[in-house]
Design a protein around this ligand. Structure first.
Ligand code: HEM
Length: 408
């Protein structure tokens, strides 16, 4: 489904209803995307200044929103740990998790549609969801509690890599919420409202805030830039390849149907040292042009680098040690969806590297191992946080995330 572009004229409700209204339920299930009230956009926006606050993404569906959904401007990743009573048995602990997932599901459905949560003290802050999405994932302890038979082999700490300088402050948690949106206000409210609601059953272990280009500052379909100035995301899988990457297919199984996985790495980027690298050096390190994103072997931004291409001296045009040469897939299934955000906080800058894939071991790990062994970019990047989550399937209206997966 096409997103409304910044240049769209305010459409007559009938046209928009035709385009989005009738299709919303079906498309919502497939892509998680639906539009809010068209008339509020048309009446509130002065000509030439479209407002986006009323745009909504559907919470309910077979798959969770916030993965294939086009990435909005801001993210808050919220890590939480379950508050399990000291003397509780397994059944009681499992009920705590069930309660958490019921609350998250109810809150997310309301907030994503522009309503405050039940007993919200600031429901006014929920009225501009601006493509708000809430996506929930579980860490190893939570999946084990839910159903020990379902814990996937890849759901554990990644092996240590030589360039890691991991800080436990950004480490594994029982739960993660990826909350995205174009309005920093409604996003901040959503994160706080959910955390407040969960207070008796889960406590916050960290929040990682990130940003991309502001909505309206450039074409929505354009690839984001990271803080090194590079176009970041050009090589992401598309179409059928994306479908298989995230949700699996023959020979590539998700941990449960409609589920997938998230690897979240906080990677610090040394912007001051990067300042000293000249443009040819930057392009050589990456294997693509910083300016256009095109591979050094030629073509456009969305073309794959040709690792066999040589210059007049017979030397490879794309260095085999460059980031793209090292990260390019060696096996067909070595594909991941990178949906990261930039961060800038207290003098530290970098990337909230968020990668979605069906199977961490088969898709993410071979790439990460190659990059850890050799990648010229490593000189300026340092992973300081790391966590892995099983992303739950979506849920239908009236149900809650994970309901069918509980052992009892
Ligand atoms: C701060 C750290 C990182 C930065 C700044 C960075 C930046 C980039 C950039 C600019 C590109 C080229 C454009 C594109 O295809 O998106 C790229 C490609 C890619 N990166 Fe990274 N990256 C980082 C870390 C990682 C990590 C940790 C992984 C996986 C373990 C990874 C996997 C990939 C893959 C798979 C590609 C596409 C390769 C292809 O098929 O052409 N990157 N990255």
């Amino acid at each position: 489904m096409r997103l409304p572009s910044e240049t769209d004229e305010a459409p007559a409700p009938s046209r928009r209803a035709l385009l989005f209204g009738g299709a919303a339920t079906v498309a919502g299930a497939a892509t998680g995307f639906a539009l809010g009230s068209a008339s509020s956009i048309a009446t509130a926006a002065p000509a030439g200044e479209p407002l986006h606050g009323q745009e909504t993404v559907a919470f309910h569906g077979l798959r969770q929103p916030g993965i294939e959904t086009p990435a909005p401007a801001f993210v808050s990743f919220v890590g939480m740990n379950l508050l399990l009573p000291a003397d509780a048995g397994m059944d009681e602990e499992r009920e705590v998790l069930r309660r958490v997932l019921k609350l998250i599901s109810a809150d997310a459905a309301r907030l994503m549609s522009g309503r405050g949560i039940l007993a919200d003290t600031e429901p006014e802050l929920a009225t501009n969801p601006a493509r708000l999405t809430v996506t929930a994932g579980l860490g190893p302890r939570a999946v084990k509690l839910m159903n020990p038979a379902l814990v996937p082999a890849w759901l554990k700490d990644l092996e240590p890599f030589q360039m890691d300088r991991l800080d436990k402050a950004w480490g594994q948690s029982d739960l993660v919420l990826q909350i995205c949106g174009d309005d920093r206000m409604s996003l901040a409210h959503a994160a706080r409202a959910i955390l407040k609601d969960l207070r008796p059953v889960a406590s916050r272990s960290w929040i990682q805030d990130g940003f991309r280009h502001s909505r309206g500052s450039q074409d929505q379909a354009a690839t984001m830039r990271n803080l090194f100035g590079q176009l970041d995301g050009s090589g992401n899988p598309q179409g059928e390849m994306l479908e298989r990457t995230l949700w699996g297919g023959e020979g590539l199984e998700p941990w449960v149907p409609g589920g997938t996985s998230l690897v979240l790495r906080r990677i610090e980027m040394d912007l001051d040292a990067w300042d000293h690298v000249d443009r040819p050096g930057r392009d050589f390190t990456l294997g693509r042009s910083q300016d256009s994103g095109a591979p050094l072997s030629g073509g456009g931004e969305f073309d794959s680098p040709d690792l066999q291409a040589t210059d007049a001296l017979g030397l490879p045009v794309v260095s085999p040690d460059s980031h793209v040469a090292r990260s390019q897939a060696r096996e067909a299934d070595e594909k991941i969806l990178r949906r990261g955000y930039n961060y800038l906080e207290g003098g530290s800058a970098g990337l909230l590297f968020a990668s979605y894939q069906c199977d961490v071991s088969r898709q993410f790990l071979p790439i990460q191992r190659r990059l850890a062994a050799v990648d010229m970019l490593n000189e300026w990047t340092t992973p300081i946080g790391s966590a892995v989550y099983a992303i739950l399937p979506g849920c239908v209206d009236g149900s809650y995330l994970g309901k069918e997966l509980f052992a009892v």
